[in-house]
Write a protein that binds this ligand. Structure first.
Ligand code: SAM
Length: 330
């Protein structure tokens, strides 16, 4: 028995996969149990679990760590979730399932696994289970219904997760469409919502017309920067509207460093960052406009209320602008 290569939390022997059981002596779905020198391994059968199939099909991106917090959407009776519970032995797996019948089995599977939390809830309504957790490292989704990309990103944003994995079932999106087209559109939607595709692996021959997509949420930051009671905005020509200066957090940058660099690049104005607020998909800074240090790539202006033509269809400025104003005027 040796680690599988992409992670030291999954094991392999004679081309079979195993996880170390958190609940020794108990089978979840009839899998083989193997005891080696006092450690019990559970066989992880790829025809029964898409996450196992993903590894067998050569998936390399594996964001799980032993202390990860995982939000698992569409846990059914807990077959795969039980292996995730083995893998994140010092972390937790919150398992959302909306079918009461499957949920009963999920509760049984969770018995004896104190890091596995069954939740009866609907993955399309991420707020429904905020009583149970406030953030996650990874969202794993296997719901086999429409809008799989949006369900993933809505949950990643709500629970500030950096990584996401979705097992896309082509027929759930559109029974008549060519699966390749469904996968292409799902990837495009994930990118549009600010995700970087780390890997896309077809799950054939274990699951027909399924693709496992692993994503990382791009980290972004922007600044609401004030001068004489007004705030600085830049006009984004590509998006044809006004927005706060900001963009992607590069490498080891802090959100403050990224927001300041982006502000200088886009508006030409340097800025003093005074506070940072986490709004899930993005960090928002409150700042004070300093001197002009360069030309700036975009037209910029100072506003005392939001202009009509905003670049983003968003209400969030209605919350973050008063927040930043309160900090600056304190
Ligand atoms: N992930 C499971 C495994 O590997 O053991 C199998 C999941 S099965 C393919 C899909 C499950 O998602 C079903 O149990 C279904 O009831 C559940 N589901 C579908 N839509 C859902 C939603 N909106 N919220 C929660 N669960 C959902």
């Amino acid at each position: 028995m040796e680690p599988v290569g992409i992670t030291d939390l999954v094991f392999t022997e004679r081309r079979n996969l195993y996880t170390v059981s958190r609940n020794p002596g108990k089978r979840v779905y009839g899998e083989r149990l193997v005891n080696i020198k006092g450690t019990e391994y559970r066989e992880w059968i790829p025809s029964r679990s898409k996450l196992s199939a993903y590894i067998m099909c050569g998936g390399k991106a594996f964001p799980f760590r032993k202390d990860s917090t995982v939000l698992y959407l569409g846990a059914a009776s807990g077959t795969t979730a039980s292996h995730v519970s083995d893998i994140v032995s010092e972390g937790k797996v919150y398992c959302v399932e909306f079918s009461p019948r499957s949920f009963r089995d999920l509760v049984k599977t969770s018995e004896g696994r104190d890091n596995m939390m069954p939740i009866l809830g609907d993955a399309t309504r991420p707020d429904e289970y905020s009583f149970a957790l406030d953030r996650a490292d990874i969202v794993y989704e296997d719901v086999a219904q429409k809008r799989q990309a949006d369900i993933l990103v809505d949950n990643m944003e709500r629970y500030c997760a950096r990584f996401g994995m979705v097992s896309v079932k082509a027929r759930s999106e559109d029974v008549t469409a060519d699966p390749k087209e469904v996968f292409r559109m799902t990837e495009a939607r994930l990118k549009e919502r600010g995700c970087r595709i780390m890997e896309s692996i077809p799950l054939d021959p274990y699951e027909k017309d399924h693709m496992m997509i692993v994503v990382e949420k791009l980290r972004t930051a922007y600044v609401v920067a004030f001068k004489d009671g007004k705030y600085l905005m830049v006009h984004n020509r590509k998006r044809n509207g006004w927005e706060m200066p900001g963009g992607k957090i590069e490498g080891d940058e802090t959100p403050e460093e990224a927001a300041r660099r982006e502000c200088i690049e886009e508006s030409g104005y340097d800025v003093d960052i005074v506070a940072v607020k986490d709004i899930g998909y993005c960090k928002v800074c409150a700042g004070i406009v300093k001197e002009r240090v360069s030309d700036g790539e975009m037209e910029s202006d100072l506003f005392d209320s939001l202009p009509e033509n905003l670049a983003f269809d968003t209400d969030e400025y209605n919350t973050v602008v008063p927040w930043a104003r309160m900090i600056i005027e304190k």
